[in-house]
Design a protein around this ligand. Structure first.
Ligand code: NA7
Length: 535
């Protein structure tokens, strides 16, 4: 064996897995395709790239000394700052000596006593336990639009942005996509481009982020409050340190309701959602909230036709991942920005000179930006050939959609652990919080396996129970109502329509994982072993 554990990836999850498992006495090696650490924050260098979680809690909590020594500069950390933070973590805990950079894993195969992991350079490595830390929003989704290969300008997906930047100064720039990424990039690109054309398929809600520098006083208060901040996060639905409102907005007289919404709007960011009780479970609450946000678009955008096109009417607020922004809707008041509704008039082709719509209308472009998102959650795991017992591939096992136990393991794939896998609450949770919980839980299980020599493999029964719970949790919310959401796999043609993340809340999920551990990991086939076939 080359190591007890091989970890694939060196972003937030891979770095912490390496650190935590090493500190528990395992030999660990991490394989990273990039030339540096950071994962998502290594690749996503598009203009305006920034985290939607606030900096003081979008960070690790495992070491109070790290919390005290790091200083965030803004309310929301930008891509460069997060990458700098992760580089600092890699140095501070001496992680780089166990990371091989520039290695892209092509396959991983269970051999009965461990895993053989092969990379594109032909090298193979052996380990007993395989931990995937490949991210859940890391497989770029570039739509298959005819003609792209013949485009004479430059095109880029936001998640694969060139490290030396893209010169858009004075150029005709097109952006396809108005999700969180497009909404961050559009205002920045508009300031630099000669003309910016936004191709919008689904109109989106967005809340002003209200980003601002963090003062010394604010940082000092946060640092003093960290124990309490972390306590609230651990008991929360989304891993955010917000106390959710207990006010029933429908019971409020109109003026007080307006006041509540305006205050939440002024506070900005994801805190807006926390201010509205039951917004994701009660359709009537959601409707008044959605109306408030629709009205804001009409207030901000000067041209009524453009405002109407920008107004979401086909899905309730926050049923797609709610973006937050800096001057997004205001951008449409600029003379050099135009909006194209590609739901009404879909993109037919990319031509050498730009984008052609089905109506025949042509939009000439020098640069085309795909802010078209990711093959979320399953994409990164299916990007390499993962083979479990009897040589069965994950692609085959997940043909009709993913099935996991707790998002952490897959039947038929012994000694494999999937940080932030499908069926976990990761993408609905502040990511570092979810990651630390996953890794700590996996580390405890690996300690047991080291002691007992058992092999951990989810049972099919456990997967079925968990799949029912994931579906139940989603159905208890309005989330499945957004038909085009990547939560449902709907953004990738041919992908099975299954609600992918666990929507029952972070605290509940954590308790479920703790129960599984306390019971001796029955869902992972430990303890008295029940023989089951792979479904
Ligand atoms: P998203 O949220 O998946 O947004 C992608 C956007 O691209 C969305 O507006 C899509 O429209 C649009 N899109 C995708 N394919 C096409 C085609 N073929 N034609 C036109 N428009 C298209 O990805 P983001 O990168 O913005 O955000 C991903 C997550 O990263 C985010 O939620 C945060 O968690 C961080 P659609 O809505 O599908 O109609």
């Amino acid at each position: 064996m080359d190591a007890d554990v091989l970890v694939i990836g060196a972003g937030f999850s891979g770095l912490y897995a390496l650190h935590r498992l090493r500190s528990r006495g395992f030999s660990v090696q991490a394989l990273e395709q990039a030339d540096g650490v950071g994962g998502t924050w290594y690749w996503n260098r598009y203009p305006g790239a920034r985290c939607d979680s606030e900096s003081y809690y979008y960070c690790y909590s495992f070491d109070p000394e790290l919390e005290q020594e790091w200083r965030w500069s803004e309310r929301y950390p930008g891509q460069e700052e997060i990458r700098g933070y992760l580089e600092h973590v890699a140095d501070r805990y001496d992680l780089r000596r166990d990371i091989t950079f520039g290695v892209r894993v092509s396959s991983a195969e269970w051999t009965g006593d461990g895993w053989t992991v092969t990379s594109e350079d032909g090298a193979s490595r052996r380990c007993r336990w395989l931990v995937t830390a490949v991210g859940c929003l890391s497989a770029a989704n570039v739509p298959d639009i005819p003609g792209l290969a013949d485009f004479a300008g430059r095109w880029h997906h936001t998640g694969q942005w060139p490290h030396d930047g893209v010169d858009v100064g004075g150029k005709r720039v097109g952006v396809i996509g108005t999700g969180s990424t497009g909404i961050q990039a559009i205002p920045v690109l508009a300031e630099q481009a000669g003309h910016l054309t936004v191709f919008q398929r689904t109109a989106n809600y967005s809340i002003p982020a209200r980003n601002a520098p963090l003062s010394e006083d604010e940082m000092a208060t946060t640092k003093a409050d960290y124990p309490e901040i972390r306590r609230i996060q651990q008991g929360s639905t989304n891993g955010h340190p917000f106390v959710l409102s207990d006010v029933d907005v429908l019971d409020l007289p109109a003026d007080q309701r307006r006041e509540l919404y305006e205050a939440a709007w002024a506070r900005g960011g994801l805190r807006f959602r926390a201010a509205v009780k039951d917004v994701l479970t009660d359709p009537a609450v959601n409707e008044v909230t959605s109306d408030f946000l629709r009205d804001k678009i009409a207030e901000v955008v000067d041209d009524p036709g453009t405002a109407e096109t920008l107004t979401p009417r086909d899905h309730p607020f926050a049923t797609k991942r709610p973006p937050i922004d800096t001057h997004y809707f205001e951008t449409y008041n600029r003379a050099n920005v135009s909006l194209v509704d590609v739901k009404a008039d879909p993109i037919a082709a990319i031509t050498p000179g730009g984008v052609r719509l089905e109506s025949g209308a042509e939009h000439p472009l020098d640069v085309l930006v795909f802010a078209t998102g990711f093959d979320a959650l399953t994409g990164p795991l299916l990007a390499f050939d993962l083979r479990g017992r009897d040589g069965r591939s994950l692609r085959d096992a997940w043909r009709d959609g993913p099935h996991t136990h707790l998002g952490l393991g897959v039947a038929g794939f012994p000694n494999l652990f999937t940080i932030t896998g499908p069926g976990s609450p990761s993408v609905l949770t502040n990511m570092p919080t979810a990651i630390e919980q996953h890794v700590d839980w996996i580390a405890d299980l690996l300690e047991r396996l080291r002691e007992t020599n058992e092999v951990a493999e989810p049972t099919s029964e456990a997967e079925e129970v968990w799949a029912r719970e994931v579906a139940r949790a989603a159905d208890a919310t309005l989330l499945p109502q957004a038909a085009s959401s990547w939560y449902l796999g709907a953004n990738v043609p041919g992908k099975a329509r299954v609600f992918l993340p666990y929507a029952g809340g972070y605290a509940r999920y954590r308790a479920t994982c703790d129960d599984e551990a306390a019971a001796g990991y029955p869902g992972f086939g430990l303890g008295p072993r029940v023989e089951v076939g792979v479904a």
